[in-house]
Design a protein around this ligand. Structure first.
Ligand SMILES: [Zn+2]
Ligand SMILES: [Zn+2]
Length: 425
């Protein structure tokens, strides 16, 4: 009896799935699908998967593509790095809004030359918004970037000079001092320097970037001090990015009607007790006095009315997402995406299309756009001390000589392993 009921239920479920699929096929085909059924063959390439394969789509002249390279919380996880959004414009610009811990991995997976991603805009200096600046900086230098990074970051506005972005970026040079000194003569050190444009975070509608018709301005954010939100405008389109902030009146004014409004959205308070093991006092403090909790995110979007809202800065898991959606939907019924890493938005004057990218988990550096050179002109060459080199295991020398011979044969070079036992040449 029991098994018969089960069998009947299974049959009914299967029938439902079939009906659902038929319905889906007929009525819910995406309006913006790029090919009709008549245009493709099931044995040929199918161009309309609702997925983005990086490096396969050119942007239109009036198109913006934004990729979430970090959508989560400060501690990076395999599925979600900390805050980072890559903004690509149809004019060729690629701008990075925040570069939080772990996000370099996703940037690298996109297959964009590391010397073509040199403009970084920092909303504030928490590690989850700039922790991977040193990573992009050092690996760009080692993998074909032959020009400085350009950083826009907060300073001034009443803060001590040592709290500003210039001071922080100078610290990277100190942090990597050993690495830089021992790389002299082997790296293209033209990429060593950084251009830091420190902006006054306290100003309202402060234009910090104005090139080729792309304008980026900052508005103060309420997040300790020294934090801002960015408003990017280009060809009549507007993208707003909150960084971290409490609901603030500058945002509701400046972000109004944005094509895409990306705003932080913290998990409801109880998750900070349950998942992060915070004391209740810590939980309510961090999610209501330092960050925007989910219900308030909803209210902000109801007031801002963007063409599409994006909620980020929370651990988007099967058990947390429904609670976030429920809270947001109590006060906001407009279009909203709950970000995951790799989520992609294509924005045109006609609207916004949301997909998720297939990320290459085993990338190699793409070719540089600037000519590569072995080392900076005039750079002193570093030499490892002789005594440590003399610890070389000479029994491996014949193998090493063979390695050189084979390499020379393949590449037409004449390298010789320079180490020899003392007294031998
Ligand atoms: Zn922060
Ligand atoms: Zn943050």
């Amino acid at each position: 009896m029991f098994s018969k009921t089960l069998a009947v239920s299974a049959f009914a479920a299967a029938a439902l799935v079939v009906v659902a699929c038929m319905t889906l096929d007929i009525e819910v085909r995406p309006k913006n699908a790029r090919a009709s059924v008549e245009e493709w063959s099931p044995t040929g390439a199918y161009p309309s998967h609702e997925v983005y394969y990086p490096g396969t789509e050119e942007l239109g002249p009036d198109e913006i593509r934004i990729i979430a390279c970090g959508s989560g919380m400060p501690m990076p996880r395999v599925k979600q790095a900390a805050a980072c959004f890559l903004i690509e414009l149809g004019n060729g610009d690629k701008l990075i809004f925040d570069l939080g811990t772990g996000s370099f991995t996703t940037l690298y997976a996109l297959g964009i030359p590391l010397d073509y991603m040199t403009k970084i805009f920092l909303s504030h200096q928490h590690a989850d918004h700039m922790g991977d600046v040193p990573t992009l900086w050092i690996y760009g230098m080692q993998n074909g970037r032959s020009k400085p990074l350009e950083i826009w970051g907060p300073g001034g506005g009443g803060m001590p000079e040592s709290w500003g972005t210039k001071s922080a970026m100078a610290g990277i040079l100190k942090f990597y001092n050993w690495m830089l000194e021992t790389s002299k003569g082997a790296l293209d050190t033209r990429s060593l320097s950084m251009t830091v444009n420190e902006y006054d975070w306290s100003k309202v509608n402060n234009v910090i970037y104005d090139r080729d018709g792309v304008v980026i301005r900052t508005i103060p954010a309420i997040h300790l001090e020294g934090s801002v939100s960015f408003i990017l405008e280009w060809k009549g389109m507007k993208v707003a990015f909150s960084g971290d902030t409490l609901a603030n009146r500058w945002w509701t004014e400046a972000a109004k009607g944005a094509d895409l409004a990306i705003h932080e959205c913290f998990l409801p308070n109880r998750y900070f007790v349950e998942k992060y093991k915070f004391q209740p006092g810590e939980a309510i403090f961090v999610s209501t006095l330092v960050h925007t909790t989910a219900p308030v995110f909803g209210k902000i979007m109801a007031m801002t009315q963007p063409k599409r809202a994006v909620a980020y800065h929370f651990q988007n898991d099967p058990d947390t997402l429904p609670a976030v959606v429920t809270e947001v939907r109590k006060v906001y019924d407009g279009p909203v995406d709950f970000a995951v890493d790799g989520m992609v938005w294509n924005i045109t004057p006609d609207g916004v299309r949301t997909r998720v990218a297939m990320l290459n988990s085993q990338p190699y550096p793409p070719p540089s756009v600037t000519p590569r050179q072995q080392a900076a002109p005039g750079g002193e060459r570093y030499q490892t001390p002789d005594w440590i080199m003399q610890g070389y295991e000479w029994e491996t020398l014949p193998t090493m000589d063979r390695v050189h011979e084979e390499f020379n044969e393949e590449f037409g070079t004449d390298f010789r392993f320079p180490l020899r036992p003392a007294g031998e040449e």
